[in-house]
Design a protein around this ligand. Structure first.
Ligand code: FE2
Ligand code: FE2
Length: 185
């Protein structure tokens, strides 16, 4: 390594040290890695149930949802490491295998997203307590994302309430279009 390279490596480490996360913030961000990873697995489990019960559109919606949660997890991992923390990859508990019906499944998606919104809000609270305004700024993306997540699942639940147990075939075809329309908006 020449002198210039060594200088830049040291500078990078120094900057990392100055902007290091506090222990409390690092802990809560690491805990969020597990929540996002579990979300991804939960939606995979739900997708598998949907696929086995004839809801192919719903399965497709859930597979995409699982991919998004995986990306969320990656965002936390890289952010923690960039800010001088240590991203720990957790062991995950097994998500439920069975669901009563499609209503029950989406009820559980909604409950889960509400839980995630709560934990993102808790991170915002810790950012304020620790006066870490960069992380507070960074986490805003997740605050907005949770608003969108809750909104889209609520819409699905409302639709399901309207159709009851009839026309589930049409609902299943429709759900893929709902995601495409939302991502274009
Ligand atoms: Fe997420
Ligand atoms: Fe989510």
């Amino acid at each position: 390594m020449n002198k210039t390279d060594a200088f830049f490596v040291t500078l990078k480490l120094y900057i990392k040290f100055i902007f290091m996360l506090t222990q409390m913030l690092e802990n809560i961000l690491v805990a969020q890695i597990e929540k996002e990873a579990y979300s991804s697995n939960l939606y995979l489990a739900m997708a598998s149930w949907a696929e086995n019960n004839g809801f192919e559109g719903t399965a497709q919606w859930l597979y995409l949802q699982a991919e998004e949660e995986h990306i969320h997890m990656l965002k936390f991992i890289t952010y923690i490491n960039e800010r001088g923390g240590k991203a720990v990859i957790p062991a995950l508990k097994q998500p439920p295998i069975d669901y009563i019906d499609i209503h029950d499944l989406f009820d559980q998606v909604y409950k889960h997203e509400r839980l995630i919104s709560k934990s993102i809000n808790e991170i915002v609270g810790v950012c304020m307590e620790e006066k870490d305004y960069s992380t507070s700024n960074w986490i805003q993306w997740f605050v907005n994302e949770q608003i969108e997540e809750e909104k889209s699942v609520k819409l699905i639940l409302d639709k399901l309430k309207l159709i009851g147990l009839h026309s589930l075939y049409l609902f299943d075809k429709d759900i893929v279009l709902m995601r495409n329309t939302a991502s274009k908006a």
